[in-house]
Design a protein around this ligand. Sequence first.
Ligand SMILES: Cc1cc2nc3c(=O)[nH]c(=O)nc-3n(C[C@H](O)[C@H](O)[C@H](O)COP(=O)(O)O)c2cc1C
Length: 167
Amino acid sequence: MRFLVAYLSQTGNTRKVAEAIYEVLEGEKEIMPLSEVESLEGYDLAFIGFPIHASNPAAEAKAFLEEKGRGKKVALFVTHAAPEDHELVSGFLEKCKAAVSHADLVGMFDCQGELSQAVIDILAKSDNPKYREFAAYGPQTKGQPDDSRLEKARVFARDVVNKLKGT
Ligand SMILES: Cc1cc2nc3c(=O)[nH]c(=O)nc-3n(C[C@H](O)[C@H](O)[C@H](O)COP(=O)(O)O)c2cc1C
């Protein structure tokens, strides 16, 4: 099988998850920033990762999926500052699913990612109340994604591949 792991990551959280997923894939595999992906042609499965920005998939990722995801087998991995069990997270994930409604979504993983101090400062000063709300999560996001979350990402990747092989 031929796999692509592509990620959008401003502060490194989603890249860490991408690397954990990439580690456990067996076969032909490539990993690269989303901005370097010309096409999803020729891959059996593309793992595509990005952060949540203002309760939505980051705009560049959404545009990428709309432009290049049509009819392609994709698995999404998403990071956000909110804890996984926060009431807003299911809404974030619905928006992510909507961004791949024209693709063949075979799995989705999400986990918390640290808010860097630079990002906290920017969000706290924003006019957008959603951004200000997420600045408040700063302290409790430190060190995420941690080892246990990265291990969950590895399990996710193995499960998705096994599911694909079984079909
Ligand atoms: C402009 C901006 C908006 C954000 N909005 C949200 C949000 O609405 N909900 C949330 O849980 N996290 C939000 N975050 C936090 C990021 O999703 C989180 O820190 C993510 O792990 C960053 O991933 P990265 O390091 O790969 O860029 C926002 C971050 C930025 C920079």
